[in-house]
Design a protein around this ligand. Structure first.
Ligand code: ZN
Length: 230
């Protein structure tokens, strides 16, 4: 395998195996760093991103390096094959293969089966700095477990989730795009790791829905987030 490709895989693996980050710092997501690498972000955002890096964010630095590397690999024509897994992950992450909203996929609506706000003793961290809420949805054979974390004083919300097949727990749910939309507008997207886990960071707004296309099943899970917890 090409050493560059190994490097790329390494970066992806490192990112995947890290425990979900819970701090609610305003990071830039992978699509923003992809645009940065392609030099297509507006000047003021470019400045913000640069200064974020200069403040020493290692997470964003890693994403930036990864995408610059990937851009370089792409531009070097196919002298070798990018490992399929890496290619699929990167494509899904940066939306090169921006899934057209395929009507062919059968929509499967999720229903809420658990919400920690209804509990007397809420699950999760309830410290002075962070507000956490956990909800569980069922959609067809799948369960979607979501934890919302909101740092006091921060405008953004961190959503940590996990998808699982309840009937066939062994089903691999890695590398699935997880897309947050408001109406028809894509807000942000992420990709599930080996364990079906994903993380998104966004600024709450109304009518948020989470879409998880399951191409192999011909289905797309839809989870209404409604008003996200504050
Ligand atoms: Zn960052």
């Amino acid at each position: 395998m090409d050493p560059e490709a190994v490097f790329l895989l390494d970066l992806l693996q490192t990112g995947k195996n890290k425990s979900p980050m819970t701090e609610a710092v305003r990071h830039f997501d992978i699509t923003e760093w992809a645009d940065y690498a392609r030099n297509t972000v507006p000047a003021d955002q470019h400045r913000q991103m640069l200064s974020h890096l200069q403040n020493g964010c290692s997470r964003c630095e890693r994403l930036k390096s990864l995408l610059l590397k990937f851009a370089a690999i792409c531009s070097r024509e196919a002298t070798y094959e990018i490992p399929r897994a890496a290619e699929a992950q990167v494509k899904a992450m940066i939306g090169l293969a921006k899934a057209p909203r395929r009507s062919a996929l059968q929509r499967v609506w999720a229903s809420l089966v658990y919400d920690s706000v209804n509990d007397l003793q809420p699950v999760g961290v309830r410290g002075t700095h962070q507000i956490s809420r956990q909800v569980l949805f069922h959609a067809g054979d799948y369960s979607v477990d979501l934890r919302f974390e909101h740092e006091k004083g921060s405008a953004s919300m961190v959503l940590v989730g996990q998808i699982a097949n309840q009937k066939t727990p062994d089903e691999t749910l890695a590398n699935l795009p997880v897309i947050l939309v408001a109406g028809n507008r894509e807000v942000t997207r992420s990709i599930s790791n080996t364990f079906g886990e994903f993380q998104l960071e966004y600024v709450p707004e109304s009518d948020l829905r989470l879409l998880v296309p399951l191409e192999a099943k011909g289905q797309e899970l839809e989870v209404e987030l409604g008003k996200t917890p504050q």
